[in-house]
Design a protein around this ligand. Structure first.
Ligand code: SF4
Length: 468
C-alpha cells in the first residue's frame, strides 16, 4: 500500500460573511484513502458552517488524520499529534491510529477526542463539541463535488473500504474490516459530479480494486437507463462514458488492482482511449514461495504472459508496482528470481520497501528473518535494477508526441518563456514522474490537456515542448 507524505492542507477555501464561524485546521497523513476521508470530513464540517484555517494559530480546533499502517507511519502520526498540541493545544485525532486510542491518550492526555478510520459522524460530532457551529451558518459554501484536498483538476474516488484478503504482512483488514463496496450508482454519481465540477482526472482507489462488488455479489443498479453491476469492468466501462466540459473523456486511473482474470477485460478500454492506459498493481514479490508466505491474492504463475498480452493489445500501457525485499524466508535465490522476473516484466515504475514488521501482522512470526544489512543490500540492488528499466522506458519516449495534463504553470522568465509541470498518462500524481515543459505560451491552466513533443528523458522525468 502506498504511504503518502504529510499533506499540507488547511487551505483557506473562500471568503465568508460569517467572520465568527469557528475554524478547523487539519493535518492529513497516510495514503490516498485517508486523504479521501479527510476530504469527506472537511466537506461535512464546511457544510456545517465551519471555516478552514491555514495555520495552527488561527484554528479553534485541529484535526489530525493519522496513519497506522507501519510502525514508521505511527511514529509520524504521533509526532504530528505532538506538534499540533504544542502549536495549538485543542486537538482531535482520527484515522487508522484511532484504533490505538489508549496509546494516544497515554502519550497525549490533552487530546480532546480520538475516533477511528471512517467514523465520519464521530469525528464531526467531536468537532461540534469542541467548538460548536454557529447556528444558521451558510450551507451553500460547499462547492459541487465537496471540498477537495487535491488540486481541482484531479480527484480520488474511493469505491470500497476494507479488504477480504489476509496478506501476512498487513493489518489493514483488522484496522478497516472486511471489504465493503459502495453502490455502483453512488460511485458513478460522485464521479459525474466531480467531472462536472472540473475534475479532469479520476484516481480510482480502494484496498483491492479488482475485488469491487464481491461482497455485494456485484449488485446491479440502474444508471442512465442501463443496468450496471458493482464490478470493476462495468465501473471502468461506465467511467469511460463520462465527458468533461470540453467533451473529452476524463483520464481515469485504476489503482491497487490485483491481476484477477477479469483485469484482461479493461485493457481493450485502454486501447480505445476510454480508460487511461495505466495499471497500479502491487505485486510485492515474484518468487512463488514468498508470495505464498505473503498470502497474496491472485498469485498465479502466468502473470508475465498476461503482461505481454496486455502490451500487445495496448502497447502504451504503463504498469506501476511495489515490492517488498527481505520478507522472512526470502533466500538469495528468491531475490534473484524477483530480479529476473523484473527484467522480463519491464515495469514502468517500481517502488521498493524493506520488510518491516507491523505490530499484529502474521508475518512477524514467520521463520527466516532476513538481517538488516542483507535487506539493505537487496533494496539497493532492486532500486538500481528497476531505475535502469524505468530510465530505458522513458528514453524510448523521446521523439514521440504524447498527451499531458498540466499540474502547475510557472512565471515567465526574462526571455518571456513560460514553463509548466505536467504528467503523461503514465504518471499518477504524487507517486510517478513529471513531464517538464518549456515555452508553453500564455493562457494555460492546471488541468489543461495538450499534446507535447518529448525532447529528453532522465531516470524519472520527461522534458518536452507543446507540439504544433
Ligand atoms: S490485499 Fe493484502 S496488503 Fe492489501 S489491504 Fe488486503 S490484506 Fe492488506
Amino acid at each position: 500500500m502506498t504511504l503518502g507524505a504529510k499533506i499540507p492542507m488547511c487551505a483557506p477555501i473562500m471568503a465568508t460573511k460569517i467572520p465568527e464561524a469557528p475554524k478547523v485546521g487539519m493535518v492529513s497523513l497516510g495514503c490516498p484513502k485517508a486523504l479521501v476521508d479527510s476530504e469527506r470530513i472537511l466537506t461535512k464540517l464546511r457544510s456545517d458552517g465551519y471555516q478552514m484555517s491555514a495555520d495552527y494559530a488561527g484554528a479553534d480546533v485541529v484535526l489530525v488524520n493519522t496513519c497506522g499502517f507501519l510502525d514508521s507511519a505511527k511514529e509520524e502520526s504521533l509526532e504530528a499529534i505532538g506538534e499540533a498540541i504544542a502549536e495549538n493545544g485543542r486537538v482531535i485525532v482520527t484515522g487508522c491510529m484511532g484504533n490505538e486510542a489508549e496509546l494516544i491518550r497515554a502519550k497525549f492526555p490533552q487530546v480532546l477526542a480520538v475516533t477511528g478510520a471512517h467514523q465520519y459522524e464521530a469525528v464531526v460530532n467531536a468537532v461540534h463539541e469542541a467548538s460548536p457551529p454557529i447556528p444558521n451558518a451558510f450551507v451553500d459554501l460547499v462547492p459541487e463535488g465537496g471540498l477537495k484536498l487535491t488540486p481541482r483538476h484531479y480527484s480520488y474516488l474511493k469505491i470500497s473500504e476494507g479488504c477480504n484478503h489476509r496478506c501476512s504482512f498487513c493489518i489493514i483488514p483488522s484496522l478497516r474490516g472486511d471489504l465493503a463496496s459502495r453502490r455502483i450508482d453512488a460511485v458513478l454519481r460522485e464521479a459525474e459530479k466531480l467531472v462536472h465540477a472540473g475534475t479532469k482526472e479520476l484516481l480510482i482507489i480502494s484496498q483491492d480494486t479488482s475485488a469491487y462488488g464481491v461482497d455485494t455479489r456485484h449488485e446491479a443498479r440502474q444508471w442512465k437507463g442501463r443496468e450496471v453491476r458493482a464490478h470493476m469492468t462495468d465501473l471502468a466501462r461506465e467511467l469511460g462514458q463520462l465527458r468533461t466540459a470540453e467533451g473529452t473523456p476524463p483520464w481515469v486511473r485504476l489503482h491497487y488492482v490485483y491481476p484477477y482474470p477479469h483485469v484482461d477485460h479493461v485493457i481493450p478500454l485502454m486501447a480505445d482511449g476510454l480508460l487511461t492506459p495505466y495499471l497500479d498493481i502491487p505485486f510485492q514479490h515474484a518468487a512463488p514461495s514468498i508470495l505464498k508466505a505473503m498470502r497474496r491474492p491472485a498469485n498465479e504463475a502466468k502473470v508475465l504472459d498476461r503482461i505481454r498480452k496486455w502490451r500487445d493489445i495496448c502497447p502504451d500501457i504503463a504498469i506501476r508496482s511495489s515490492f517488498v525485499v527481505g520478507f522472512p524466508g526470502e533466500t538469495e535465490a528468491d531475490f534473484d528470481y524477483l530480479l529476473q522476473w523484473l527484467d522480463e516484466a519491464q515495469l514502468d515504475r517500481v517502488g521498493a520497501f524493506r520488510f518491516e514488521p507491523v505490530e499484529g501482522a502474521a508475518a512477524n512470526d514467520l521463520p527466516g528473518a532476513v538481517p538488516e544489512e542483507v535487506k539493505e543490500e537487496r533494496y539497493q540492488r532492486i532500486m538500481e535494477r528497476t531505475a535502469a528499466i524505468s530510465a530505458a522506458r522513458l528514453q524510448a519516449k523521446v521523439g514521440r508526441v504524447l498527451p499531458v495534463i498540466i499540474d502547475e504553470v510557472g512565471e515567465a522568465d526574462e526571455d518571456g518563456s513560460i514553463g509548466a509541470t505536467a504528467r503523461s498518462q503514465a504518471d499518477a500524481p504524487e507517486i510517478d514522474g513529471n513531464v517538464f515543459l518549456r515555452d508553453v505560451g500564455e493562457g494555460l491552466a492546471p488541468g489543461s490537456i495538450l499534446n507535447v513533443l518529448i525532447e529528453d528523458a532522465d531516470e524519472h522525468d520527461l522534458y518536452g515542448v507543446p507540439s504544433v
